[in-house]
Design a protein. Structure first.
Length: 103
């Protein structure tokens, strides 16, 4: 009494559905793919809600280009230090200063 082809296909479909968040996170090369895999597997096995959390999380991609947002005054201080060190010319400093103050 072996496993029929249909039973095997059903098992594969169920496993694919269970690991769907993991598959998506790996395909997207998500920054938190390891954490998503853990939540998917452990949370899915223990309570089932982990699967839903992992599925939602795999679609939320943090902005890779996000910078620490600093105030214009902090940016001006950094620019002034660069100018004093000689890394920026007065024209470059004035140009960047004007950009910061227009925001």
């Amino acid at each position: 009494m072996g496993i029929s082809l249909w039973q095997l296909l059903i098992i594969i479909c169920i496993l694919s559905l269970f690991f769907l968040p993991t598959i998506i996170a790996l395909k997207k090369d998500h920054r938190y793919k390891v954490a998503i895999i853990l939540v998917n597997v452990l949370g899915g096995l223990l309570w089932g809600t982990g699967w839903l959390v992992a599925l939602i999380w795999c679609f939320i991609e943090p902005d890779k280009d996000a910078k620490n947002i600093s105030s214009p005054s902090e940016e001006l201080e950094k620019l002034h230090e660069l100018k004093e060190k000689g890394a920026l010319t007065q024209e470059e400093f004035d140009s960047k200063k004007k950009e910061l103050l227009e925001i």
